[in-house]
Design a protein around this ligand. Structure first.
Ligand code: NG1
Ligand code: ZN
Length: 531
């Protein structure tokens, strides 16, 4: 077939370094940019097959999120804007690792297994972040799509969540919104402005926010969006990419892991600040107090303020909806206690990686999911959205219930339900704080985080560690869990676990307690992995 000849010809221009083995992990493929040209071409091929198979538009995002500038990566987006389905992650790995002369065989194998109709049309949306390597890498994706005769639309520089949004809009024939960046700003900002009308007595001070753009795509997009906000939110943008290096000493990952403010930002005591990561799918908030002490409001605190707001509105609207918060093992124990004991909401714990949280959240009418690192969003079931819509239109509903229903409707519209989105999360949080008349200090005081540490341990083979119970317990190597248990037992309110990272060649160690116990626990792991 002519198509396959074209694939052969073009793939030789994107040759695979012999022997290189990469895996489609929690964040897709991610490594040094110079090793990724063949991967990008092949993901263009795979996205085209996926599009033919699903008869829908598929997305391909070129980014390495919070990784250093020199790295890059790629992720596939399924028709509803969600992460690609696991069986196709497997195909991605097979295709990526096929040696040059075996590529067509692997490709044909996938076509056969999935019974892909090769005469079906294919559409692929492509986006990229601001890395130096992203332009040529995304061109390789486009080459892959055209080699198999697919159509592509290049969105150029977009945040990861913006591309997820475009894919969803396209495949729902505009019901979710218009598949353009302008359409995205219009939908989110109009909803934000409607919400903010309910913030009586909001001062100019409260409308001000410092944003650390991580010297990445999020900074560009905040600038693009500003005019749509009609001064209802006044943003001072730092790390806008004009001077500093992407993610270097800044951004959400740096702030969360280092538990300190990014460089390149000027913050006055008490001022509300937030940091995006390199592709703007994560956000964390923070401030410094009058003593100069740093206070972090991470994904757990974000989930808490969102669920508090939603629960109040749902009660006011008189709706019977099942609300849950989905977390991972990294959620601070204080947040879990507060949500379960004080807020009385259902809390679920899943494995690390947003696709797991996303799926768990889909089981509820309202599912708020956040990783502690600030990646998350809120999902509303179709039935919940319909009930809310009906209430806004019901002539027999009293004013209080109607107001709550309208607020819920605008809340739904400010949220990007396809994936965690720093811009959308920021607008939602800003609206909530304004409506509740809540300062960042009051938000922070909802509960007090247990002291915690997260560190990486390099071991010879991280796969020797296997876990269970949403990664909270190690089942191998033998004796490791017992060693952790005996250390944890010695400290009040202590909890600790280890798991192999899905994105780096390291083991991650997490510990929380009323004192810092992590050092002794990581020592125990080192002893085990070297024995
Ligand atoms: P790994 O490397 O598997 O811990 C990290 C983050 C995840 C998720 C993925 C994808 C932590 C502890 N882990 O996964 O939450 O965001 O990267 O980017 O933050
Ligand atoms: Zn990211």
């Amino acid at each position: 077939m002519a198509q396959f000849q074209e694939v052969s010809k073009q793939s030789s221009q994107h040759p695979k370094p012999a022997g290189l083995v990469l895996q489609y992990g929690t964040a897709g493929f991610r490594t040094s940019a110079k090793l990724l040209y063949h991967i990008m071409f092949r993901m263009g091929l795979l996205a085209t097959l996926r599009s033919k198979k699903t008869k829908a538009t598929i997305g391909v995002m070129v980014t390495a999120s919070h990784n250093p500038e020199e790295d890059n990566g790629v992720k596939l987006i399924d028709p509803m804007g969600e992460m690609v389905t696991p069986s196709w992650e497997g195909y991605a790995t097979q295709l990526a690792n096929a040696e040059q002369d075996d590529l067509l065989n692997v490709l044909k194998d996938i076509i056969e297994k999935e019974a892909v109709n090769m005469s079906q049309e294919a559409n692929v949306f492509v986006g990229k972040d601001t890395r130096g390597s992203s332009a040529s890498l995304s061109q390789a994706v486009l080459d892959g799509v055209s080699a198999l005769g697919g159509h592509s639309k290049d969105y150029g520089l977009v945040t990861t969540p913006q591309l997820h949004y475009m894919v969803c809009c396209q495949n729902t024939q505009g019901k979710y919104g218009e598949a353009t960046v302008e359409g995205y700003y219009r939908k989110l900002c109009q909803a934000f402005i409607q919400l903010i009308k309910n913030a009586t007595n909001c001062t100019d001070d409260q409308k001000h926010l410092c944003v650390d753009g991580a010297n990445g795509i999020g900074a560009l997009k905040v600038l693009e969006m500003e005019s749509h906000l009609k001064s209802e939110l006044q943003i001072s943008l730092f790390n806008d990419g004009s001077k500093g290096k992407l993610n270097h000493q800044c951004g959400a990952d740096f702030v969360k892991v280092q538990q300190k403010p990014p460089t390149g930002i000027k913050i006055n005591p008490g001022e509300r600040c937030c940091s995006f990561d390199g592709d703007a799918d994560r956000i964390v908030y923070y401030y410094t107090d009058s003593e100069g002490e740093f206070h972090l409001l991470d994904g757990d605190k974000i989930a808490t303020v969102i669920v508090t707001f939603l629960k109040e509105l749902i009660t006011q609207a008189g709706l019977d909806l099942k609300i849950a918060v989905v977390q991972t093992a990294y959620a601070n124990g204080s947040s879990t206690h507060y949500l379960e004991d004080t807020m009385k909401v259902i809390v679920r714990c899943t494995k690390t990686g947003v696709k797991h949280l996303h799926h768990a959240a889909q089981e509820f009418d309202v599912g708020v999911y956040f990783e502690a690192n600030g990646h998350g969003t809120t999902l509303f079931s179709k039935a919940a959205e319909e009930k809310i819509q009906q209430l806004t239109e019901d002539p027999n509903t009293n004013d209080e219930r109607k107001r709550a229903a309208r607020l819920l409707k605008n809340t739904i519209n400010v949220i990007n339900q396809t994936v965690g989105d720093a811009i959308s999360d920021m607008l939602l949080i800003e609206a909530i704080l304004a409506i509740k008349g809540m300062t960042v200090q009051q938000w922070d005081a909802i509960y007090t985080d247990l002291p915690n540490r997260q560190l990486k341990v390099k071991v010879s083979d991280r796969r020797v560690i296997d876990t269970t119970d949403a990664e909270r317990r190690a089942v191998s190597p033998a004796g490791l869990q017992e060693a952790i248990d005996s250390l944890v037992k010695k400290h009040k309110l202590a909890r600790s676990f280890v798991r192999p990272s899905g994105t780096e060649d390291v083991v991650r160690v997490y510990a929380e307690a009323d004192t810092q116990v992590v050092i002794s626990i990581s020592r125990a792991i080192l002893t085990f992995s070297s024995s």
